[in-house]
Design a protein around this ligand. Structure first.
Ligand SMILES: CC(C)(COP(=O)(O)OP(=O)(O)OC[C@H]1O[C@@H](n2cnc3c(N)ncnc32)[C@H](O)[C@@H]1OP(=O)(O)O)[C@@H](O)C(=O)NCCC(=O)NCCS
Length: 124
């Protein structure tokens, strides 16, 4: 049994600038349809939620980098954050072979300036 984790912190202003500058092209390159729908539903707070998902994807890469290695080329949309009805985030992985991975957990937090995410992976 092996446990790996990854964490990331990001300035929300960085993501806000990218969205304002590159609009839909940036959003559709980095975030899935479900993620865009979730963040846009947060109206004025949406940049915090986008930044948190960006951090989540970086954290997921860190937690899985030992497995991704040279074998897979992953892109942003290979990692998707989906919230349960209670608001708890879950991480869906699309582009990586999951056969040795037993469980994944994610935690997210954001305030006015920063967003952070932590991903923990349990593998065989
Ligand atoms: C859910 C809760 C923990 C969020 O915390 P917060 O300080 O308001 O906000 P944060 O920025 O730190 O966290 C927001 C993220 O929490 C995550 N979250 C929301 N509900 C969650 C839940 N039920 N379980 C785990 N994570 C949750 C989400 O990922 C959310 O970000 P997202 O909407 O972009 O996905 C908080 O609103 C809450 O309910 N607190 C109650 C705590 C309590 O009862 N304490 C007393 C005893 S411990």
């Amino acid at each position: 049994m092996k446990v790996t984790c990854g964490t990331d912190i990001i300035e929300i202003s960085r993501i806000k600038e990218s969205i304002e500058k590159n609009g839909k092209a940036f959003l559709e390159r980095v975030f899935t349809e479900n993620e865009i729908e979730y963040c846009e539903s947060k109206k004025k707070q949406k940049y915090q939620h986008y930044a948190a998902r960006f951090a989540a994807k970086e954290a997921a890469f860190k937690a899985l980098s030992w497995k991704i290695g040279d074998k897979y080329s992953v892109c942003w949309k290979d990692f998707e954050v989906i919230n349960t009805e209670q608001g708890r985030p879950t991480l869906k992985i699309i582009g990586v072979d999951l056969k040795d991975i037993e469980d994944i957990d994610i935690s997210i937090s954001h305030c006015k300036e920063y967003a952070v995410a932590n991903v923990t992976v349990l593998s065989k």
